[in-house]
Structures are given as structure tokens and as C-alpha cells.
Design a protein around this ligand. Structure first.
Ligand code: F6R
Length: 236
């Protein structure tokens, strides 16, 4: 594991965008696994700038996102589809038909999960998966559990996740209690993984995840078993 500590969020964002840009340059028709949340925003901004400057071409890229809130349609401002459209896809020359986010409004989320896994398999898997990490150790919305769940699946969100994400909603009550998330199989089968974390509140969980035992109660700890993981952490 390549564990990089930097001093600022700007530095983290520049490094992360550099790694994603390198992936797109090396394999223009790559499959990028993407994340939402606060942490990737800086990297997405730099990617948009590189694309606008003609330094990066996303026209052949396909993207698959990690997760979506249950019950939120893509036009809902807090949906992850809306987040991706607003913060990245509308700012780069990616073909929107090649951007995938699991549907949170599918009538059968378990079935939607099966279809999403088939889609990822059909694309030949993920070349580079970008991840954030929750304070409870979640990656995607794989919450602490007795087991690691392989498939894309519906999930009930932990109280700590609801607390953490309440900042994006007008009230805590508005945060959906459930979601659909890519499972550990597609994440672990990604050829490369880049996990980014920012802030003092992520320090303890990073230590648990990467210096402690591999334990489904700390979902990110499974990444210790992946051969090509880069973690970039900035405490500030
Ligand atoms: C988002 C996702 C989550 C976030 C995590 C960290 O698609 O899958 O696992 O990466 O909750 O979120 P931030 O970056 O807001 O701290």
C-alpha cells in the first residue's frame, strides 16, 4: 500500500486529480469508479480545469459510481447522480450515456444491484476506483457488518453516516435512511484503488483500517488485501 500524507486539502486534490488524469491518458477508454462526498470535490475541480484547457479528454471514458440514496431520483439535488452531473460530468467532455450511477428509485434495489454488477462485469471491470472513507470505516456505503458483502446491495445507513451526511440536507430528518452501494467484489476487483481522506476526524479510522486487522466491522480494512492501493491523507 502506498500511503501518502500531505499538508493541505489542495495538495491532496492535486495529487488525486493527477492520478486520475494519468489513468485517462494511459487508457483513454478506461472505466473510472467514482465517489461523491466532500473529499473528491477539489480533485473534480482540477480534472474539469485540465479538460477545459484541452489537456485531458474524457470522450472515451466510462464511469461507474459507488452508490446512491434509496428513494432519491437523479433530479433530486441531494442525489448522487445530481452531484456527479453538477460537480463533474457537466464540466468535462464525458459522454453522459457512459456515466452510470445505481438507481435509488428502482422498485427492487436487490435486483438493481445484480444488474449493476453485470454492467460492471460487462465493461470489463474498473480500471481505477476512487474512494472516500466514512468515520465508521465505510467505503461506498458498505457499512460495518458481520461480513463483507460482495454484491451491489441495498443497505441501511449507520447513525454516524446519517449524522455526517446531514450537512448536505436541510435537516437530519431529510437524510435517507437507506442506500444502494457497490459491493466489495467490484471494488476489490478494480485494478487500482485511490482512497482520499481529509480532516482530523478521519485520522483514527484510517489507522484502524490500515494498521489494524482486516475486519468487516471496519469495511475499508479489506483494502489491505488489494495489491494496488494508494491512500492520500491530509489532516488539514
Ligand atoms: C460517496 C461514498 C462515501 C464517501 C464517504 C466520505 O460516494 O461512497 O463512502 O466517500 O462517506 O465522504 P466525505 O468525502 O464527504 O467525507
Amino acid at each position: 500500500m502506498n500511503y501518502v500524507v500531505v499538508d493541505t486539502y489542495e495538495e491532496l486534490s492535486k495529487k488525486a486529480s493527477g492520478i486520475i488524469a494519468a489513468q485517462v491518458i494511459m487508457k483513454p477508454d478506461c472505466v473510472l469508479g467514482l465517489a461523491t462526498g466532500s473529499t473528491p470535490l477539489g480533485a473534480y475541480k482540477y480534472l474539469a480545469e485540465m479538460c477545459a484547457a484541452g489537456e485531458l479528454d474524457f470522450s472515451e471514458v466510462t464511469s461507474v459510481n459507488l452508490d446512491e440514496y434509496a428513494g432519491l431520483d437523479g433530479s433530486h439535488e441531494q442525489s448522487y447522480r445530481y452531484f456527479m452531473d453538477t460537480n463533474l460530468f457537466s464540466k468535462i467532455n464525458i459522454d453522459r450515456n457512459k456515466t452510470f450511477v445505481p438507481s435509488g428509485i428502482a422498485s427492487d434495489l436487490a435486483h438493481e444491484g445484480e444488474e449493476y454488477d453485470k454492467l460492471i462485469e460487462g465493461l470489463g471491470g474498473i480500471d481505477l476506483q476512487l474512494l472516500g472513507i466514512g468515520v465508521d470505516g465505510h467505503i461506498g456505503f458498505n457499512e460495518p457488518d458481520r461480513v463483507f458483502i460482495a454484491q451491489t446491495h441495498p443497505v441501511n445507513l449507520d447513525e454516524s453516516t446519517i449524522d455526517a451526511n446531514a450537512r448536505f440536507f436541510s435537516s437530519r430528518d431529510d437524510v435517507p435512511r437507506a442506500a444502494i452501494t457497490m459491493g466489495m467484489k467490484s471494488i476489490m476487483q478494480a485494478k487500482k484503488i485511490l482512497l482520499i481522506a481529509n480532516g482530523q476526524n478521519k485520522k483514527a479510522i484510517l489507522e484502524k483500517a490500515f494498521s489494524g486487522p482486516v475486519d468487516p466491522m471496519v469495511p475499508a480494512s479489506i483494502l489491505q488485501l488489494h495489491p494496488d492501493v494508494t491512500v492520500i491523507f491530509s489532516e488539514n
